[in-house]
Design a protein around this ligand. Sequence first.
Ligand code: KG4
Ligand code: ZN
Length: 355
Amino acid sequence: MVREDLILGIETSCDDTGVSIIKTSITRDNPEEINLDILSNKLASQTELHDKYGGVVPELASREHLRSLLPLTKQAFFENNLNPSCLSIISVTTGPGLKGSLLTGLNFAAGLAAALKKPLIPINHLEGHILSAFIESKSHPKRNFPFLTLLISGGHTQIILAKQIGKYELLGETVDDSIGETFDKVSQELGFGYPGGPIIEKLALKGDPAKYPFPKPLLKKQGLNLSFSGLKTAVIREIVKCRTSKERHWKNNIAASLQNTVSILLASKIRDAITLTGTDSLVVSGGVAANNYIRKTLSNLCQGMQVNLRLPPKHLCADNGLMIAWAACLKSLFQEDYCIKELKVRPRWNIATRD
Ligand code: KG4
Ligand code: ZN
């Protein structure tokens, strides 16, 4: 055995409290492979709490994190018959995200690290999402760099060139709303709850994706930036019209047409990004990456361009503590300067800047 670690990962950047414990090891016989044992991956979802407000209420989110962190962590140790003193690393999301939520997680993790005298690794939430695409294969992504990343979540829509662990270049991003926000808002307008993405996906299964030719902002514009606010407004305008029409299944058709338009926009910009960078590998991650229609569209694109597509399993697309613990494992192994001197939350942390 060359090295073995027991890592705790804490995620509280938005509305889900994630706590995970992983055991990782590298053996002398096969130093290229990381043995990953997921001992625990616990999630306390706040969906019901925020649903009635149509979106995440920051003050309520922080309070819920505070309530959930200790019991979840205790349970994770108890179920594995582990003592916290066995930990070798504690990791926590310190940005980007909601300030109060991030602070709750950081204070908890920093307190634990100080009491146990263990190293604390701050993790960028977006890097956690990106590296989560390598959890299933258990292979460390070191060999796979550089690769292109499409990060699609509630807070972000970004096209990133991943150069190595800890080194990222932002190639393009939404100039207004994220895709997750667009789905959430449209779901609310249709009279459904939060989060909207899974609801839109389900409605779209019985809808006609060609029914409404919604606008495709920035499609023909050069560059890798995206925009969704004009699309969102057009969809909402159509919803208002449909409410008084006699058309059946209009909600399904709206959802299917929106999902199709978003997929066309993403595929077009990703095609350009692949050509521009000459990459042979694409990682798609973040909550919206759980969407089957988007997964299929990007998979078809990659097949046609002979690009290897890597997607996290669907249950790891949404926020979770496992991706934070996994990112800490990779950083401690492969990034020499992974320690950040000043420990603080960074609500608007840009992945392209180290801190
Ligand atoms: O990554 P995530 O869990 O949290 C952030 O970091 O933002 O992403 C949450 C977003 C929400 O906007 C939610 O509606 C969307 O991901 N989402 C989906 C699906 N599942 C979650 N969007 C489309 N299709 C889905 N199946
Ligand atoms: Zn996220």
